[in-house]
Write a protein of this length. Structure first.
Length: 263
């Protein structure tokens, strides 16, 4: 566990809003990031502290809480690509997937007993690990072609490794509705090869499962009054995800055929 919380007074003039933030409203203060907390925060901090002991790189460190009750995390430098406007390079995809596989390997040692996560309160089931659950390009910073940092851990919780791979695939531009099938096949193969030991067909099929589950989780959390999930509602979620899923499901035969033809 981390040491006693650091409480620091910082006024609004010290804060720089960070881009994105549909869920959390993160701000930068010097070399730190401040984010709202919730009942899941102790479990997330325990996870990040555990990962720090393993030497896993490219993750924020927990520094405590500020005088507004927000968590204080170390700032991760690097460039975040603009989803929908920019496309990850093959090298960036491979770097992200190599890190994700390393994360899954080390997090397997995290204690498996019950904790209160954002979307669940339970122990890990057989075959599960603690997934990041939002391992998407908008939560990753890059230094050139190399992954430099992975942030926004507040929805971490029980899952299987393929969950994290699938949500990464979903948030690459190639799975948008108008994406070219050959390009989809190329990126899915790059993802599978970068992670290692994965079938790109399985990644594609699990993306539908994972994002259907994500839409259901968001909707349930909105009904429960989760402020972050209600903010997602203001930008059209989960309706937007469900609409994209309809298109993706209709394209599965075409996309599987493109994967086969790429062999």
């Amino acid at each position: 566990m981390h040491s006693d919380p650091i409480v620091t007074p910082d006024g609004p003039a010290d804060e720089i809003p960070l881009p994105g933030g549909n869920v959390g409203g993160a701000v930068r203060v010097g070399d730190t990031v401040r984010r709202p907390t919730g009942p899941w925060t102790p479990a997330v901090h325990e996870l990040l502290d555990f990962l720090a002991t393993t030497g896993l790189p490219r993750i924020p460190r927990v520094l405590g809480l500020d005088d507004r009750g927000r968590e204080i995390l170390t700032f991760l430098p690097g460039r975040v690509l603009d989803i929908g406007r920019e496309t990850l390079s093959d090298a960036q995809v491979q770097s992200a997937m190599q890190w994700l596989r390393e994360y899954h390997a080390v997090v397997a040692g995290f204690p498996r007993d019950s904790r209160r996560w954002r979307f669940a309160e339970r122990a890990l089931a057989p075959g599960e690990i603690v997934c990041h659950h939002d391992s998407a390009m908008y939560n990753m910073a890059f230094d050139g072609d190399e992954l430099a940092g992975v942030f926004d851990w507040d929805v971490a919780g029980p899952g299987i490794p393929l969950d994290d791979v699938a949500i990464f695939a979903w948030n690459t531009a190639v799975l948008f509705p108008d994406a070219d099938a050959a390009e989809v096949a190329h990126v899915l193969r790059t993802i599978a090869d970068g992670y290692g030991g994965l079938d790109p067909h399985a990644v594609l099929d699990h993306t539908v499962v994972r994002m259907t589950d994500a839409a259901d989780r968001i909707a349930a959390a909105q009904l429960a009054g989760d402020p972050g999930m209600l903010r997602l509602g203001e930008v059209g979620e989960p309706a937007s995800t469900r609409a994209r899923l309809v298109v993706l499901a209709s394209r599965l035969p075409e996309l599987h055929a493109a994967l086969d033809s790429a062999l």
